[in-house]
Unconditional design. Structure first.
Length: 406
């Protein structure tokens, strides 16, 4: 009992003190309550607005998620489509590089023992004395294999029974030139003849020296005036030591001219057009009988043989710049004629044989006197034999005169 009284005596003052403190705290916090009642509407409005914004954000996010899913679905679908296209392209490449060679090998085997596909077929029938007689015309297009390799075509009747076989073997494909002569040439070298005259001596009078042209007749050089060449005159100082009476301009008369080196006549020609000649061996086997013939086929022309008509449709050749270059020949061999000097030209073969040719005045340039009293010039000469002997330019003589091997 005493302990209880002691506990009550201790707790009662503490409770009294705590009550006073709470009363004081309530008095102090009363202004805060007033402030809260005044600001509560603002807090409620802000909270409501935040909730609306949050709801709107959630809706927008949900819409974006929907768009993202739709775009992802479209992208996945497009990727699958592109993947399918890539697989198809890969299969196409495999077809080109794998299946096609296999097909070509099959066709190569087919050529040996099976017929080539028929492009067209016509059948004409007539009845005579109760018997029906039909004529079947078949047209087949094929490509000849390289030289030496046979191409076999089986001949079948309407029911598909084999009647025989036709074998074509390409021997050679040649190009025949349709020549057009550009000019005739001769091998020549240039020689120079000159004479010096004092003023008023011989032809050196007045203004004659300055008027001398390529074809001017100079009496002092009459022995070379008939040769193809060009005349000229250079004025020089007169010297008393040479017996000239007047120290005025003297004259150097000269003429350079061509001298033939050989008797060969050269022809420079070109080939505006070329003709293809297809040398082929035909072998027809019917009832264990073999008939063989070697023929030359021409594109666009039909060859008839043993009830068979052969017409080469076309020949395709790769670009060959050499076919458009000129050629040089003397009748026994041929060489490429690009870069051949054509200063000396002959109108025809007889003129070339007699060296009755014309030479360009530009063949020689920079003519000047030398210390020994002669005239020297820088000239361009022509040696046809050297060109035909050049292994780089020479074409094998087996292909002359009209065709060259492709």
């Amino acid at each position: 009992m005493a302990a209880a009284l002691v506990l009550i005596g201790i707790c009662f003052p503490l409770l009294l003190i705590l009550s006073c403190c709470c009363k004081s705290l309530q008095t102090l916090l009363r202004p805060l309550g007033v402030i809260w009642r005044l600001t509560r509407p603002l807090y409620t409005w802000g909270r409501r607005r935040g909730s609306k914004a949050l709801s709107k954000g959630r809706d927008l996010l949900k819409e974006n998620q929907t768009n993202i899913k739709e775009n992802a679905r479209k992208f996945k679908k497009g990727a699958q489509k592109r993947s399918k296209e890539m697989r198809q392209a890969s299969l196409a490449r495999l077809a080109r590089y794998g299946i096609i060679p296999a097909l070509l090998l099959f066709l190569a085997h087919l050529i040996i023992g099976e017929p080539i596909s028929i492009i067209s077929q016509t059948e004409n029938c007539r009845v005579r004395e109760g018997t029906r007689i039909c004529t079947i015309l078949s047209s087949t297009t094929l490509s000849l294999l390289p030289a030496g390799q046979p191409t076999t075509l089986l001949i079948k009747d309407k029911r598909g029974d084999i009647l025989g076989a036709l074998m074509l073997t390409l021997k050679a494909l040649t190009l025949n030139c349709n020549p057009r002569t550009l000019t005739y040439l001769r091998s020549y070298r240039i020689s120079t003849r000159s004479v010096w005259r004092c003023p008023s001596g011989g032809s050196c009078s007045g203004s004659f020296c300055s008027q001398v042209g390529a074809n001017t007749h100079i009496p002092e050089l009459v022995e070379v005036m008939d040769k193809p060449g060009s005349s000229g005159c250079l004025e020089s100082s007169a010297l008393w030591s040479k017996g000239c009476g007047f120290p005025t301009a003297s004259c150097y008369f000269y003429r350079w001219y061509a001298i033939p080196m050989t008797l060969d006549v050269f022809e420079l020609f070109e080939c505006p057009t070329w003709d293809f000649h297809i040398k082929t061996t035909l072998q027809l086997t019917v009832n264990d009988q073999i008939v063989e013939e070697t023929v030359t086929l021409h594109p666009g022309l039909t060859h008839h043989w043993a009830n068979i008509s052969l017409t080469p449709i076309s020949v395709t050749n790769p670009p060959a710049p050499v076919l458009s270059t000129p050629f040089l020949t003397h009748g026994f061999s041929v060489a490429l004629g690009d870069g051949v000097p054509t200063d000396l030209k002959c109108q025809d073969r007889p003129s070339a044989a007699g060296f009755g040719c014309n030479i360009s005045s530009n063949t020689c340039k920079d003519c000047r006197p030398t210390p020994d009293g002669s005239i020297t010039c820088q000239c361009r000469e022509f040696d046809g034999e050297a060109i035909l002997a050049d292994p780089v330019k020479t074409i094998t003589s087996n292909y002359w005169p009209t065709h060259f091997s492709d």
